[in-house]
Design a protein around this ligand. Sequence first.
Ligand code: ZN
Ligand code: ZN
Length: 159
Amino acid sequence: MIACLESPTLKLFSMPAECCYTRGKSVKIINEKVQKQQGSNDCALFAIAFTTTLCHGNNPTTTRYDQKAMRNQMVDCLEAKNMTEFPTTEKRVQLLLAPVSNKTVPVFCTCRLPDDKTKYVQCDGQCSEWYHPACANIPQSVIRNTNKRWMCFKCRSEK
Ligand SMILES: [Zn+2]
Ligand SMILES: [Zn+2]
């Protein structure tokens, strides 16, 4: 979860997709309407607070953090080597204005990363998946000649 996606670009959606290695074909990114940080210095604190709230089984979209107390909380957690929930407030807080927007980011190759606009080779086997030459150890002869058949490790071993 990223704390500051008020007007998310495609790149901002692909960044969290890069962080979650999945065997699936895509990563669904849900941009939730959460508390908006005041100022521009606390985005990491909010990201850690949201993550901590999730890890405690609570919902960051309904949690209202006391921003002034967040730094001390972070220091306390680090000193105690134990992440406890960040202090909340009853006061009104500003929420991100942007409507909730979701995006499904396709991921490829053995590295399961979003399209990085570098060269890919498609498997001619069952999976038809796209692979980076370096990740899948694809021979130069295949990279140079696109008509040459090539199968990924998985499809070769299933044969
Ligand atoms: Zn790769
Ligand atoms: Zn394959």
